[in-house]
Design a protein around this ligand. Structure first.
Ligand code: ADP
Ligand code: ZN
Length: 720
């Protein structure tokens, strides 16, 4: 009998299963109801596609994403899979043809929208009953839950599937679901003792940046100028702003189109199509855009306005980098948006729901305002643990400069005192900056500290006040009115008896550019070929091959069919169909440049770094480091053995220190521990760079991190 692995290799051209794909497929093959949580780009599709090919009958895939169905089906057909879709975009004739194919058992997979299944008194269900249905796959399963952020009432009807087809297994798949939604999915679908598989939500290849919403247009232009070749999405809150921003960008020489639900359908589809086919690089959209987007080479996602909750933010940013190549997610954060969005949280006659929405919005703003690793914050939000440092978000990449902030602190503290400790952060900042707002009363304007902080920007002040609170020089009341109060320590500063060190974030470390191992010129030749083939087949380029496949070709330079087989994405059918043309381009290039095959450099996927994206606790890669360490190897030795950076190894070990499984003294000398602890007492543990500055060359970032984690032992539970 043919195995799932063989199908993976032969039909899809991939070497190894990812995440829990294999276990999931086995569960489905054993006819168990199965629930799958996997991040976008994780590879959910294969979890039902491979069983579909192994089962005798028909697999029905239910998806709300009509726009996506055609691409999915085209993609499958290119890999030699008999698939079709039924939705309103087909003519009556075409629909009849598909029905015929189902009746004649010529299909392995059918994609269908939920409303279509229940049309005409379940006529379609009755049509299916005598046929051999082997599996139902419910994609975007969170749509069934009111607790999710994307509820679709038509999904509720899916509850009856189990009644009509008690013996047919169901696989429910989603990339986003908190615990409540997760439970809801299982219940609403009536799944029978389901097996649930949850993969880590970490999208390692996405780098997160949250920037103050000041001069954001200039920032955007600069970024776009530096990424002219890349595709990206810019999300805005309002329809009008998508149009005006798209116009502005076009005026500045970029190829950009707007997308929102208010555009005429034809125009909307046209813009989407242009984007998917790489003919327009930038789409400026409301959140209406994206659910139907499977484009794998989106290199960046901007949020000009604040998303409503972390789920949305995660999902929208998640549209970047489905091909596992490094991508950026950049959000412009301003408090004004928060105020605006609060209004949207009010759901009429539903205080409970309103409260949930408001709470989710507040968490979103906390993510933007805290100075902890953005990735950690998000992972914790989704119930996952994560180390304190990811190395690829704006917080982790920022370098801080400390300065004597005593005067700044005195200005702030004396303002709080003069305003009788009766105002919150926003008012104090406006007052310090000499705002003409009518909220500030005449008598207050006459106070001595009115306007003394005008030379410092709003955001910078917010940062300093935050830091003063963290350091205990100010207190913020809890509850509805977070008024600022003085503390016992305030007086020392006001009397000049205590110096205050503040940190200013100055530069960001240059994002470490991964060395490019591939032939850049060859890659662009391959892209040209891919575009030509896509044009001929009338499908988006990434359906022919993903960027990953082209990059592998340009890196490993296969010289014949058997080497080509080792390139990810070349299954048997694609090898036959496209092998020769791609090989010709590679061979030509190699001849001209006197290059040889590098296929021997290609290690099986499993041994590469991708493993680190799994759930930290279950992560095999961390375990592997841990075990090597326990066998007596040093950090440097493990780094060499595993072909990973020493800092990565230290990161792994830091995790076990926080868990109490390794003692810090096993890694850092007693003397250094004492020095580091002293520095932490002085500066807190918010900024590694500040600590590093203080401690000097002899002590490494890694060592500091290890001690920080050691101090956390038993204090944190990893949850926000
Ligand atoms: P999801 O639906 O979870 O967002 P997809 O199923 O669309 O993700 O998969 C994302 C990309 O990863 C696709 O291009 C797919 O072909 C590829 N992929 C999936 N599984 C594997 C695997 N085991 N090895 C290599 N590539 C894979
Ligand atoms: Zn980080």
């Amino acid at each position: 009998m043919i195995t799932p692995k063989e199908i993976l290799n032969k039909q899809f051209g991939f070497n190894e299963f990812r995440f829990h794909q294999q276990q999931i497929i086995e569960s489905v093959l054993a006819k168990k109801d199965t629930a799958v949580l996997m991040p976008t780009g994780g590879g959910k599709s294969l979890c039902y596609q491979i069983p579909a090919l192994l089962f005798d009958g028909l697999t029905i895939v239910i998806s709300p994403l009509i726009a996506l169905m055609k691409d999915q089906v085209d993609g499958l057909r290119l890999n030699g899979v008999a698939a079709a879709f039924l939705n309103s975009t087909l003519s009556a004739n075409e629909q009849a043809q598909v029905m015929n194919n189902i009746r004649n058992q010529q299909l392995k997979l059918l994609f269908i929208a939920p409303e279509k299944i229940f049309i005409n008194e379940q006529q379609f269900l009755n049509f299916l009953k005598p046929l051999n249905v082997s599996l139902f796959a419910i994609d975007e399963a969170h749509c069934i839950s009111q607790w999710g952020h994307d509820f679709r009432p038509e999904y509720l009807q899916l509850a009856v599937l189990k009644k009509h087809f008690p013996a047919v297994p169901i696989i429910a798949l989603t990339a986003t679901a908190d615990e409540l939604t997760r439970k809801d999915i299982l219940e609403k679908l009536n799944l029978q003792s389901p097996k649930t598989f949850i993969s880590s939500f970490n999208r390692e290849n996405i780098h997160y940046y949250i920037e103050p919403k000041r001069n954001w247009f200039a920032y955007l232009l600069k970024y776009l100028n530096e990424h002219k070749e890349d595709s990206g999405i810019i999300y805005c809150l309002s329809r009008a702003s998508t149009e005006s921003l798209a116009d502005d960008l076009t005026e500045n020489g970029f190829s950009a189109k707007p997308y929102h639900a208010g555009l005429e359908k034809q125009l909307r589809d046209q813009h989407q199509e242009l984007f998917i086919k790489d003919k327009v690089k930038i789409i400026v959209a409301t959140i209406a855009f994206g659910l139907g987007i499977d484009k794998s080479n989106v290199r960046y996602v901007f949020h000009v306005d604040l998303p409503k909750n972390i789920e949305s933010y995660y999902q929208e940013t998640g549209r970047a980098g489905r091909d596992a190549i490094k991508s950026d997610a950049i959000l412009f954060y301003g408090r004004g948006d928060l105020v605006k969005l609060k209004k949207f949280c009010e759901i009429e006659n539903n205080p409970a729901q309103s409260k949930i929405m408001l709470d989710k919005l507040n968490k979103m703003s906390r993510l933007c305002e805290t100075q902890t690793c953005r990735r950690k914050f998000m992972m914790n939000y989704f119930g996952e643990e994560y180390p304190n440092y990811c190395g690829s978000c704006d917080v982790c990449l920022s370098k801080y400069e400390k300065f004597d902030g005593t005067i700044v602190a005195q200005k702030a503290l004396s303002t709080v005192a003069r305003l009788d400790q009766r105002y919150g952060v926003n008012f104090v900042i406006d007052f310090l900056r000499g705002s003409k707002s009518e909220k500030i009363l005449d008598w207050q304007m006459k106070l001595k500290t009115y306007g003394v902080g005008a030379d410092i920007g709003k955001e910078e002040w917010r940062q300093y006040l935050n830091d003063l609170i963290v350091m205990g020089y100010l207190d913020q009341e809890k509850g509805q009115y977070p008024v600022l109060k003085l503390t016992g320590k305030s007086k020392l500063v006001l009397k000049g008896e205590e110096k205050v060190i503040l940190v200013k974030s100055v530069t960001r470390k240059e994002v470490e550019q991964k060395e490019q191992h591939y032939e850049v010129e060859l890659l662009s030749l391959l892209k040209i070929l891919r575009n030509r083939l896509a044009e001929q087949a009338q499908v988006p380029a990434y359906i022919i091959f993903s960027d990953t496949t082209l990059i592998e070709l340009a890196e490993y330079l296969p010289q014949n069919f058997s080497e080509l087989k080792k390139i990810s994405g070349f299954g048997e059918i694609k090898l036959q169909r496209y092998g020769k043309v791609f090989l010709d381009v590679v061979l030509n290039y190699c001849k001209k440049n006197n290059l040889q095959s590098r296929i021997l450099n290609k290690t099986p996927k499993r041994q590469r770094k991708t493993g680190a994206s799994r759930s930290p606790e279950k992560s095999e890669t961390k375990m592997e480091t841990f075990e090597l360490f326990k066998s007596g190897k040093s950090v440097a030795e493990i780094a060499a053995i595993r072909n990973l950076a020493a800092s990565t190894i230290e990161n792994h070990l830091a995790f076990y220190i926080e868990k109490g499984k390794i003692k810090v003294i096993e890694l850092v000398s007693q003397e250094k521990i004492q020095q580091i602890e002293k520095a932490i007492q002085l500066h807190g543990d918010l900024s590694l760079s500040v600590l590093k500055n203080e401690l000097g060359e002899k002590i490494s970032y890694g060592e500091i991190r290890l001690v920080i984690n050691h101090l956390k032992l038993g204090i944190t539970d990893g949850k926000q």
